[in-house]
Design a protein around this ligand. Structure first.
Ligand code: NAI
Ligand code: DG6
Length: 520
């Protein structure tokens, strides 16, 4: 909570380092009759929330620390922490966290005397950890030190790299778990920092429980060595192929634990990391598209009440899609096809040039319009068709490096047989878009772990449900609670986060009725 903002609400009370808030959750339930009519009833439930206002010393362990996102994250934190400016041909650039909602966006507090909106920095409403204070570490199957890895990534300006190098050259990622079958064969040369090897240095995939224990020990050591209160682990390593979901293997929590002990082939490294974290109540976020969270992993997280979130950072092309598709459908326009093409030349693109890894990304990128289509049965129904032709193409083109090019064509049906075509050419500097999302995912996960709630007539406060769906804004294929459909529209996702912050400080949830102007 910033000292500059005082919330004068009778719903929120601060005692020592804890904020207590009362909130009535209003909604409406809908019953659909056999004849297809709706029966809608308003509902209201009284809740009490509690926020721990102390920000802990927080460690961030990245799986894939030596990659483009990993090194860009470390570089951006160091540049901001040490206030490193650098010269480019366009002038001097001061460090910033542009692209991060928590660090560089604002939210509406209310209206001023004249009835116009007043905004404050997003992270000034309630105490949140600053990325400048993150203690960053992690694993990579490549042993290059972080300075050389930053250089290999070709993301940051070279004058900045020169200043960052002394801070980064002494850090080498921890050896990691490598099951070659899960990432592209073309990554093999990179794998010189592998922990699961036999006495001859040969990769050994037959000690999967040992691999779980190694990750647990690494996290414990990191926490102790750095005197941390909390650690969050985030997967920003290569995209893996999907694991087959096999009954008896990874369909339940118990089966998954047994499968790891039995060295089942369908248990991926990312699931090994997830299980290790869940067992020790360490929040684990998946920034890649693969199905790390097989049903057994979700059940395990529920059992341990350990936070998980995923999947796949929503950075450039898909973020635009989750706004544009929503706009078209909410405007009553009927998208018929979306053709999404992109090419990129970084190591992510190289890995995705392999069909199975591409398939993981294709699934994640395609799912983003599902709930938007389902929301409008005037446009999408049995008679007209209830699907959009949605095509995803990714090509590896080394020359463009990290500057991914995304080209999208939205083809829609207008009134009385008319058509509308929107074409977008979007140069997404991949890692400079993705790294601020990592910051937000960590800041928000840490924050959400300090919030608890109870119904007004209950006595015990509970944590949020294990799958942190409030992180959906930052993710392409948001993981939902089993039985619930994911929300993909970006505006809806952001509204949920904003309203949570507002209610916690005792403000009403946001509405744009603007009666100050509209009523006499
Ligand atoms: P990258 O290829 O530069 O980095 C990945 C790193 O992971 C590499 O250094 C690799 O050696 C390491 N690695 C592979 N398997 C590992 C394992 N088992 N344990 C530890 N390290 C391992 O890729 P980049 O660009 O940093 O992206 C990372 C991930 O984030 C990819 O899966 C990508 O699809 C996903 N992503 C990236 C976005 C972006 O805009 N940059 C957006 C959305 C998702
Ligand atoms: C090719 O699409 C590579 C991917 O890793 C993307 O760069 C990444 O998934 C970001 O995708 P988008 O669709 O959010 O720009």
């Amino acid at each position: 909570m910033s000292n500059n903002i005082k919330f004068n609400s009778n719903k929120a009370t601060k005692k020592d380092d804890t904020l207590y808030t009362k909130f009535t959750y209003e909604n409406s339930t809908v019953e659909t009759t056999e004849a297809g009519a709706f029966n809608v009833t308003p509902t209201a439930v009284d809740y009490e929330f509690k926020v721990d206002l102390k920000t802990p010393k927080t460690g961030l362990m990245l799986v894939g620390l030596g990659g483009n996102n990993g090194t860009t994250l470390v570089g951006s934190v160091l540049a901001n922490k040490h206030n490193i400016s650098f010269e480019t041909k366009e002038g001097v650039i001061k460090p910033n966290y542009y692209g991060s909602v928590t660090q560089s966006s604002t939210l509406k507090l209310g209206v001023g005397k004249e009835g116009n909106d007043i905004y404050a920095p997003f992270n000034s409403v309630l105490p949140m950890v600053s990325p400048n204070d993150f203690v960053v570490g992690g694993w990579d199957i490549s042993k290059l030190n972080l300075s050389d890895a930053m250089n290999r990534a070709q993301v940051l300006d070279v004058t900045l790299q020169k200043q960052l190098s002394p801070y980064m050259e002494k850090t080498t990622p921890l050896p990691s778990i490598y099951y070659p079958d899960f990432i592209a064969l073309n990554q093999e040369d990179r794998a010189d920092n592998v922990s699961n090897v036999d006495s001859n240095g040969k990769v050994d995939t037959n000690n999967k429980w040992k691999d779980v224990e190694k990750v647990r020990n690494d996290i414990k050591d990191f926490k102790e060595k750095n005197g941390l209160d909390k650690v969050i682990v985030l997967w920003t390593a290569n995209t893996e192929r999907f694991a087959d979901v096999v009954p008896g293997v990874n369909d339940t929590a118990d089966n998954l634990l047994k499968a790891i002990k039995d060295n089942e082939a369908e248990v991926s490294p990312s699931t090994i990391f997830a299980v290790a974290c869940i067992l020790d109540n360490v929040p684990y976020i998946n920034g890649s598209p693969q199905n790390t969270f097989v049903p057994g992993a979700i059940e395990l997280a529920e059992k341990y009440n350990s936070f998980i979130g995923g999947d796949d950072f929503k950075s450039g092309q898909t973020k635009v899609k989750s706004v544009l598709a929503q706009y078209l459908v909410d405007a009553g326009i009927r998208p018929i096809s979306i053709a999404s093409y992109n090419h990129l030349g970084n190591n992510d693109g190289y890995n995705l040039s392999s069909p199975k890894q591409f398939r993981s990304k294709e699934i994640s990128k395609a799912s983003v319009v599902d709930d938007i289509i389902e929301s409008n049965q005037i446009l999408y129904n049995k008679e007209k068709g209830d699907k959009i032709d949605h095509c995803i193409v990714i090509k590896y083109l080394p020359a463009v490096g990290d500057s991914k090019v995304a080209m999208d064509e939205y083809y829609s049906e207008l009134m009385l047989g008319g058509h509308n075509k929107i074409s977008i050419h979007n140069v997404c500097e991949d890692s400079l878009l993705a790294t601020p999302l990592i910051i937000d995912l960590v800041v928000m996960t840490e924050f959400l772990s300090r919030v608890s709630y109870k119904k007004a007539d209950e006595s015990n406060y509970e944590d949020f449900y294990a799958v942190l769906t409030l992180l959906s804004y930052w993710l392409k294929a948001p993981l939902a609670k089993p039985g619930f459909k994911a929300i993909n529209g970006l505006n809806k996702q952001r509204l949920a986060v904003e309203n949570l912050l507002r209610l916690l400080v005792g403000l009403p949830i946001n509405n744009e009725l603007r009666f100050e102007e509209r009523l006499l």
